[in-house]
Design a protein around this ligand. Sequence first.
Ligand code: SF4
Length: 164
Amino acid sequence: MNYSDIKFTDMINGKGIRVTLFVSGCSHRCKGCFNKETWNSEYGVPFTKDIQENILEYFERFNSSMKGLSLLGGDPTYHKNVETLKDFCTEFKRRFPKKDIWIWSGFTWEQIITDPKKYELLKLCDVLIDGKFMEELKDVNLKWRGSSNQRVIDVQSTIKNNNE
Ligand code: SF4
């Protein structure tokens, strides 16, 4: 998996102070996409174990002020990204069980849960912003999403409610 950027101390993409990872690779080709260069999964540089460890060490160093990790793209649920992010999120939750993970996907909740590999990754997360960006539904007043078709979903409560 390649990534294009890491924002340490990000306060825009999710609640509180976060580390945000922008991964490469996206198949959705939304009209009006603000990040077209990240469609190519080769864009950026490889996400190595050393980079992963840098992020985890950053959380250790600034533990009390950090709220969580945000995964954007590109699309973190792009098929080439899922395994690496699953490993990363598993390790993140093992070391920081009280911190949250927000994930953005061009796929909808319904599409993700029918794909076992993507669903495994989703289950490690706390908040999903789902769906393609739709230019005709663009609204700059929305928080954390670009168009009104996208939803901000509490992952763990939704899984729990669906299983009851
Ligand atoms: S899902 Fe996001 S990165 Fe992918 S094309 Fe749509 S807006 Fe761009």
